[in-house]
Design a protein around this ligand. Structure first.
Ligand code: PMP
Length: 460
């Protein structure tokens, strides 16, 4: 007999949930009326709800179950670690084998310029820590005025006070009087929506040069870091034009501004590279990681530091005044280790790079490039977006685009596939173990949902 009663009816689950639980990013009153789906099982690339419906999960949960659901080896790693040492901490001169082995292995997959990691429980906490670490770094090197961090409008870095400030969602800033002081934002490199008559290449440069203008306006002596996702995730899986990242890197180097990549979605094989900045070919000073680190089996995040930053902080920084009860939690570390070992040893990341990733991207292009509703397809490996357009020839977006894509996502559920809607795009980030047959199923079911949306709009 467990205390987790899995025998309740859907209605019972929903009633209890409505009575006692506030969900993420939702109008709770509306949800209580509409009622959430109760997800009860996950295996491989599929999840099931409490009514026995099965869905192909095209989003890996929240783009985190990179290795798929229900892996017995990860379960065994957690169980063994709970038996051996269920908890210990890194405070007061102690450590433990799980965190040591994970830290050692992690750097097998990271470019050589990184040397140290600080663990957290989530991506938000890791970005919170990033703000403190950047400011500390500049204090230690004797440039204490470099306190401003620049993020981007429509970027997402988490839900805590600092990370939501770094992010650029205005509706989030409205809750809790954000952003905090010394955070600035520049525009996003979203060519389809904002590029006007410029070519993507020209627009990529102009977008990047907004960083230079902002640094100059604020004074380079006051700017500590630029923080961005290599491709925007929650903002709509937006891939910047190829000209963008080299120019951003040039500007950061020129003005002695740290370049901080949020790899929470892009990390651990999502694009077919271990980290997505490798796909774009730039060299960040820090990497924020979470999600795919444990494939979502247990919470864990972290901030990876370049050797130069870590050496500076370790040699000259004195006390690093940061620590969470669960930093480097042994069970999370053991699961993360089993996860990255499997991603590597089973050739999963390599397969996304050379086989299944290109297959997914090709199929999406074949299916949607001539579709009357779809203006652009972007992606790499196992991350993709299809952009909705009211008029493809003029790149005119729907005025009610959020409703249009939300409707498409709902129809996706009816078709048995989970994709996500952002303002004007349907996005997908499947588990990296998805097979070619399952990719066919993903694209076919998404296609049906898009066609039904187009029919409702009178466009098909
Ligand atoms: N950064 C990015 C790029 C993210 O997508 C997310 C979560 N979606 C976060 C940070 C925050 O991570 P968490 O939800 O684990 O706090």
């Amino acid at each position: 007999m467990t205390t987790l009663d899995t025998q309740r009816s859907t209605q019972e689950y929903q009633a209890i949930d409505a009575s006692h639980h506030i969900h993420a990013f939702i109008d709770q009153k509306a949800l209580n009326a509409e009622k959430p789906r109760v997800i009860t099982k996950g295996y491989g690339a599929y999840v099931e709800d409490s009514d026995g419906n099965r869905y192909l999960d095209g989003m890996s949960g929240l783009w985190c179950t990179n290795i798929g659901y229900g892996r017995k080896d990860l379960v065994a790693a957690a169980a063994k670690q709970m038996e051996d040492l269920s908890y210990y901490n890194m405070f007061f001169h102690t450590t433990h084998p799980a965190v040591i082995e994970l830290s050692n292995r992690l750097f097998d997959f990271l470019p050589k310029r990184y040397s140290h990691v600080v663990y957290t429980n989530s991506g938000s906490e890791a970005n919170e820590l990033l703000i403190r670490t950047v400011r500390r770094y500049w204090d230690v090197v004797g440039k204490p005025s470099k306190k401003i961090l620049i993020g981007r409008w429509n970027g997402y870095h988490g839900s805590t006070v600092g990370s939501a400030s770094l992010g650029g969602f205005k509706f989030m800033h409205e809750m809790g009087d954000l952003p905090i002081a010394n955070i600035a934002h520049i525009g996003e490199p979203y060519w389809y929506a904002h590029g006007g008559a410029a070519t993507p290449e020209a627009f990529g440069l102009t977008s990047a040069q907004e960083l230079e203008a902002t640094i100059l306006a604020l004074g380079a002596e006051n700017v500590g870091a630029f923080v961005a996702e290599p491709f925007q995730g929650a903002g709509g899986m937006i891939f910047p034009p190829a000209s963008y990242w080299p120019e951003i890197q040039r500007i950061c180097r020129k003005y002695n501004v740290l370049l901080c990549a949020d790899e929470v979605i892009g990390g651990f094989g999502r694009t077919g590279e271990w980290f997505s900045h490798q796909h774009f070919g730039f060299e960040p000073d820090t990497l924020t990681i979470a999600k795919g680190l444990t494939s979502g089996y247990v919470p864990m995040g972290g901030l990876v530091l370049s050797r130069h930053m870590a050496d500076t902080l370790v040699e000259n920084g004195g006390v690093f005044a940061h620590g969470l009860t669960y930093s480097g939690h042994p069970v999370a570390a053991a699961v993360a280790l089993a996860n990255i070992n499997a991603l590597d040893q089973e050739g999963i990341v390599e397969r996304v790079k050379n086989d299944t990733g290109p297959y997914l991207q090709k199929l999406l292009h074949e299916t949607f490039s001539m579709h009357p509703l779809i203006g652009e397809i972007q992606g790499q490996g196992f991350v993709a977006a299809i952009q909705f357009a009211q008029n493809k020839a003029t790149r005119t977006l729907f005025e009610n685009e959020t409703e249009v894509t939300w409707r498409c996502r709902t129809l996706g559920f009816e078709e048995g596939v989970i994709v996500r809607s952002t303002a004007g795009r349907i996005i997908m980030a499947p588990t990296l173990v998805m097979t070619r047959d399952q990719i066919d199923e993903l694209v076919e079911k998404t296609h049906r949902a898009v066609n039904r949306t187009a029919q409702e709009l009178g466009l098909l």
